[in-house]
Design a protein around this ligand. Structure first.
Ligand code: THU
Length: 162
């Protein structure tokens, strides 16, 4: 029999970074700052991602573009690859994502692209604990999403290949 189902998830919205707890605020502040390390000569859109690992270590990533555009990599996947390579097995607790718009307006949060959502989801499933996402521009509203997999409902995973 046909059933109509609904999927939803809860997330938090803050007016400003000052409403976050000290750890989350520090992570977002680091993500804002690390945008300076982006290599984005083609889009000039600089993205920074900083992750806090369970051992307290911070690992950052920025977007790294390429003249062959598809060869570029987003900040989120740069950070994930760094964490997995430098600290294998160390769970990622949270990732803060920020950016710097070329024309200067960076007040609204951005959220990860589809490919990064897939990569974050796999990391989360692999470590069997949630990765919180802290999303904010250089100023203004901040969104906190409790788990990366919430951003990719019905995602394809290793389970589908069993
Ligand atoms: N980009 C990221 O690094 N992360 C996102 O979440 C969105 C997009 C990068 C890819 C490209 O270098 C530039 O931003 C413009 O799309």
């Amino acid at each position: 029999m046909m059933k109509k189902l609904r999927h939803s998830f809860e997330y938090l919205s803050y007016d400003d970074i000052s409403e976050l707890d000290a750890d989350d605020a520090a992570l977002l502040q680091a993500a804002r700052k690390v945008t300076e390390r982006a290599y984005a000569p083609y889009s000039n859109f600089r993205v920074g991602a900083v992750m806090r690992l369970a051992n307290g270590q911070l690992v950052s990533g920025t977007n790294q573009e390429n003249a062959s555009f598809p060869a570029g990599i987003c900040a989120e996947r740069t950070a994930l690859s760094a964490a997995s390579s430098l600290f294998p097995g160390e769970p990622v607790q949270a990732i803060a994502i920020s950016y710097q718009h070329p024309e200067g307006n960076s007040h609204q949060p951005i959220s990860p692209c589809g490919i990064c959502r897939q990569s974050l989801a796999e990391y989360e499933l692999r470590q069997q604990q949630p990765i919180r996402l802290i999303l904010g521009g250089q100023s203004g509203k901040v969104l906190v999403i409790p788990a990366a997999t919430q951003l990719l409902p019905f995602s394809f995973s290793a389970k589908d290949m069993e």
